[in-house]
Ligand binder design. Sequence first.
Ligand SMILES: [Cu+2]
Length: 178
Amino acid sequence: MRKTRHTPTLPARTAAALLGLGLLAACGTEPDADEAAETAEATAAESVVITDAWVKTTEEDMTALFGVLENASGTEAHLVSAESDLGTVELHEVVEAGGAMVMQEVPDGFLVPAEGEHELTPGGDHIMLMGLAAPVVAGDEVAVTLRFEDGSELAVTAVAKDFEGGDEEYRPGGTDGM
Ligand SMILES: [Cu+2]
């Protein structure tokens, strides 16, 4: 499950003490045991929160989730996929194609910089919900699970609200390899 680069089960202090004895020589290449223990223990899902999460109400079978992904750690977080019981979920960007703004799946997920943020906003990057079985009405709570490159998962609940705009044309398979 977790990174095996270091020894996550050892408290940092113990790890530091063992390192002094040379017993951790086989566990990694980073010389600073305290620092290594911290980075090994915090998964992306533990470091990232999404603030102001909301979903656009819709009577169609697709909508999107917006908000601000905030990363409290000193390590870049890489969001690679998402899923929901409501339907299919994709990570989308909006690009210009032939004079029109179209949305498409991003080729390599979203990066949330170390101690930084990544905004999901109408007309920009968003988490797309497709194939919805039922309309999304104002006040609905939509649950989506975000999955990061390190395998960690973040459960997100977003409240639905009415919003005009963000109706970019969807271009399925617009990215390479899809
Ligand atoms: Cu989209």
